[in-house]
Structures are given as structure tokens and as C-alpha cells.
Design a protein around this ligand. Sequence first.
Ligand code: ADP
Ligand code: MG
Length: 690
Amino acid sequence: MKNLLNLKDSVQDLKGVGPQRARLLNKLGVGTVEDLIRYFPRAWQDRCHLTEIRALESGAITTLCGLVRRRSTFRVRSNFNITRIVLEDQTGRIEATWFNQPYMRNRFQDGQRVMVHGKVEFNRAWRIMNPEYEILEDETENPIHTGRIVPIYPLTEKLTQRVLRSTVYNVLSRLPQSLPEIIPPTVVRKNNFPSPGRAVNDIHFPPNFQARDQARQRLVWEELLLQQLVVGRLRHRYQESKGTALKRDGAGLEKFTSHLPFELTSAQVRARDQIFHDLVSSRPMHRLLQGDVGSGKTIIAVLAMLLAVDSGRQAALMAPTEVLAAQHYMSIKQLLDPCGVNIELITSGGTAPERRRIHERLAGGEINLAVGTHALIQQSVVFNHLALAVIDEQHRFGVEQRAMLRAKGQQPHVLVMTATPIPRTLSMTVYGDLDVTTINELPPGRRPVQTRWLARAEGRTAYEQAARAAESGRQVYVIFPLIEESEKMDLKALNSEYEHLCQRFKGRKLGLLHGRMKTYDKEKVMAKFRAGEIEILAATTVVEVGVDVPNATVMVIENADRFGLAQLHQLRGRIGRGEHEGFCFLIADPGTAEGRARMEIMTRVTDGFQLAEEDLALRGPGEFLGLRQHGLPEFKLADLLRDAACLVEAREAAQEIIRQDPDLQKPENRELGQVYAAIYGERESRVRSG
Ligand code: ADP
Ligand code: MG
């Protein structure tokens, strides 16, 4: 009778593990039996098929079985020895060799049946070097490492496949009768899922590939269900909490709307109405506004902020760069001045006394609307009554920064905006806790930017067109990729590129903008560019997000392959914002197929959503837009591309569970509640306090 293990048992107490291996396992995030059985293989090798020795093919990866006939170890040099075991079956002989592992000699005994797996080669005799092996004590015992479908694990140094595999195998044979069932019974029946215990077993040691796939399906479902419960519960909590209901009857909004220089698109109207609907409710809004670059999100944010101000409260708009914050400040000030709104820019620029004055007026409630950078979330910034926090280009902020802005008010309404559209499956996981509004339409009259990819050697074409544009009164961006803006070297390179550019455009008015310039200097350059006093702006990615100068029509991007698709799309979004057609030139000689694919996609696709889909397909979700930093959960098994359908189902199930039993207290959710608490209990409380 075997001793059954407890899922919470430490791996250190397992037979054959001990402190040293336990430490290695800990490195892999494995501390308990539970962790170990959920440490899934990264691949499986089919070693079922046994080949007779006479049928071997030199160079082939092969599994074969034979009896041990001879064992020897001999020294080749002082620090090099070879252990050789001769195996024999009815059809021939083969030598298995190991280098510098003299103990292998005594692992085997003459006459034992041994199965080996590896690459076989013929060189006067058949050889197999450093094979995986299995000693078959008696013919009925199940092999672990050969003669079956064998799991291959992601490893850390010093831990071998063999050790890990044996450990997992032993643990699986000593698991309790049943593991917790967390998937609703209807779903289990509908999908014909194997039991939780069966699934765990089959994901590691599947009897066949179909069983593995069924196991994987169930485990993916479990994983997605748990993740959707996390975001669903967060969302539920926002919805249950009480915030400030704003009023829609203020005078400012009326006045403002009548002064708008354009008519809102119908997508904008829809977005505005959804947001207003949220704002007049006492349930704090928690909404994502997504729309392609140039779709006109800013004005929607302004309307929302005006509603807050009209209701006698404060609003804040946080942007990721000083350039963008300053631009928002100026354009919003211009729009709102006639409405008597007190608006102030809050950045790290200016003198300390100036900043203090502003902070005082903000705390006193004299300032209605604060526009700023990260400076808004400094401790010294205190609001009188912040009712609406807007975060522009939210993907550029971390989860904590967003939480810090929210914490400046008492359950304020929150609107986050992004021009980086993401495919639906991703948004369900990354933004699963948010309501989503999409602006799926550009203002009228926009023509898609024409994009061309040029090799370095053809770069002149781009600059000629840029010169013609400047000649006819348009403006130009030339973008240089500085990966690490803080690096002096790069800055030097940028300066010399700039000089080069000045030569090229002799007689034209040029300007330079990069992240290491002082706030004041940046503002000066941007103001000049906006006013048309600079015709050609050489810049780093500081202009990547949000900058809005409609007269700029040409963009030349040097070394464009050093940017990701999302970034290129953002950059390109700086042009084609006015009545004149935009041209974007990507100058690149990409060294990789992926780089070439990116350039090609850019020339073909102008729609941000389609681009995002292609980006996802090209790079996979892990790398996609660097989503990890936005809090994209790392899944062990689930693949958001492949398992999109599962995600939709799991999301629905999670929402239903939360509707019925938000705290997972009911008897039918007991096991789910326990598993959930074990995995997410701590993490969730961290998010909540954030
Ligand atoms: P984004 O969604 O990228 O933040 P912006 O809010 O900066 O876009 O808007 C891009 C440009 O479109 C701005 O110059 C803005 O004034 C203009 N715009 C916004 N809405 C409309 C509209 N309905 N009609 C015409 N122009 C508009
Ligand atoms: Mg914007």
C-alpha cells in the first residue's frame, strides 16, 4: 500500500529529492507537490516505437531494447574516460557509451534488459552516445524515460530531465484519489473532459497523443477560468463600490459643445454617451477607450472632464511624456478657456516654488483640471476632490502608476485610453476588469498614409520627397531609433545624424527633439514645430505617442526595423492627421525574416486593429507589444491564439459564477474557492491595496 501524498507537502520530503534538489526545484517555482504536478512539460517525445538492431539507420534518433552483455570503463587521457555497455538483441549488437561517467558502469548488470534512446551511428560498429536509458526490472514494468511518450521539461542548470521526470512520475503514482474539480459540471460534460487527476497524469505521461490533447484542453480551461475569475472579481468590486455621481446639467458643457470646431463622428458620439452614462452613476466608471491613432479620443476625454468640472469636481489627465502632456495642456486650455475652466500643467519642470504654488491651488480646489505626466502621482500632489482620472496612452504606464492616480481621489471615475488596439482575446485577459469602448471610425476626410519601405541605398528618394513637402509648406518628421535614450553614445550618434540632416536640407529650418533635453527646451522645440517655425523635426520616439501637428505630412523613419509594429504604427500616426495626404518612408535593411515581414506588413496595412492581429500572429502573445509589463498573465499552458474559443467560454463561465456567488462561498464552488484562494489570494489583495 502506497503512502498517499498531500498536495501541500514540500518537495523536499519526497524520496530522492533532498535539500539540494529541492533548491533547484524551487528555482523553477516548484515548492510543493501541487507545484510539481503543475510543472508542465514543454514538449513530448514519442519513444514508443522500438527498432531492432539490424534495422537501425545511421544518424536516426532511435529507441531500442537489448540485454547487457559487457561493461567496461577505460581511460583515454588523465581527465577523460569512456564507459561502454554492449547491448544485444536477437538481431545484433550495439555499444552504448558515456563520457566521464564511470559510475554508469555499475548502474547496469550483465543480463539486464535495458532500453535506450538517442542518436545511433555506425562506425565499424553500431554506437549510441550518451543515450537516455531505462533498466527494465521485469518486462511488465512501465518504462519512464523510453518506450513511451516521454515528457520533456523546461529545466534549470544541474537538474536533469531524468531526475525531474522520475520525481514527477513517482509523485503522480502517489496522488490522492481525486483532485479538486473546479470546472462547472455542465462544462465538463459538454467537453467530455477527463477527470482532474486523469488530466494531470496524461499531461505528463500520456498513453497517446490524443489523451495528452484532451488533458491539455481541460488544464487550459482551468487556467483560463481562474484568470477570468480574477479580472471578473476585480470588475465586480468596482461595480459594487460607491463613487460620485456627476451631473449632466452644467452650463459649461453646453457652451463648449456649441463651440466645437468640428462635428463628432458617430463613433465619438457613441463613446461619449457611454462614458456620460457611467459618469452620472454612483458606480465608479472603469472604462477603456480604445481607438486607432487619430480617431479623436482626446476630445472625448475633454468632454468627460468637463462634466466633472461642471459638477464642481476636479479632473486629471495623465500622459506618458512631457511633450504630450504639454500638447494636451495647450490644446485643452484653448478649448476650455471660454468655459471658465481653470486648467494647469503639472510636470517635473519649473522651479520648486512655482510647483508648490500650483500644488496649493490644486489642493485648495482652485484648479479644476490638471494635465500632467507622472508628476501627477507624486506624493506632494493632492486634489481637493478628484472625480475623474483619465490616463492617456495607458499602455505606457504600469499597473501601479494607474492605481496611484486613482488613489488621488475617493473612488474616482477612471477612463483609460489607448491607441494600441489589441485583439479581442488579449483585451479580455489584459483588460478583463475594464468595460471597453471602441472608436472604430476616423474623422471624415482622412486618407490612409502611404507607406513605402526603402533599402538604405534608396534612402534618397525619401529625403527628396521630404524636401518637396517642406518646399510646399508642409512639415516633416525624421525619426531616429534610440533604443536607450540615456546612453551617451547614442546621443552622440543622434547629434551627428542631425548635422548630416542639416547638410542635406541646407536652407530649410530644422529642429532636434529627444528625451534627454530639458523640459523647457522640449516645449520650445515643439512649440516652434507646431507654429511652423521648424519645418523638419529630427526626433527620437519622444514623438511616438499622441503628438498632433496636422500640417506634418511626411515621416522618414531611419532603421525602421529596430521598431516593433505597434511602435511604427504609433509613429506613423503622427502624419496624415490633416487635409493633406501623408507619406511614411521606412528605411531599413532588416537582417531577419521577421524584420522583413514587419516592414512588408507596414506597407500593406494601415488599420491598427488588423496590424495588431498580424503582430500577434507574427510574434505570439508573449512578445506582443511587450504586454507583460501591462500585467498580462503568464499562462502555463494556455495560448491566447490557439485557445481563443476556450477563453470566451471560460470568461462566460467565470461571469456566471461571479453573478451567482461572487465570493465563491456556495457549496458547489467550494473546491473552486479553495484553489482560487491558494493561487490568487495573495495577489488579489495586493492589487486591491494598489
Ligand atoms: P487620438 O485618438 O490619436 O488621441 P486625437 O484626439 O489627437 O487622436 O485627434 C486627432 C485629430 O483629429 C486632432 O487634430 C483632433 O482635433 C481631430 N479630430 C478629432 N475628432 C474630430 C472630428 N470628429 N472631426 C474632425 N477632426 C477631429
Ligand atoms: Mg491621443
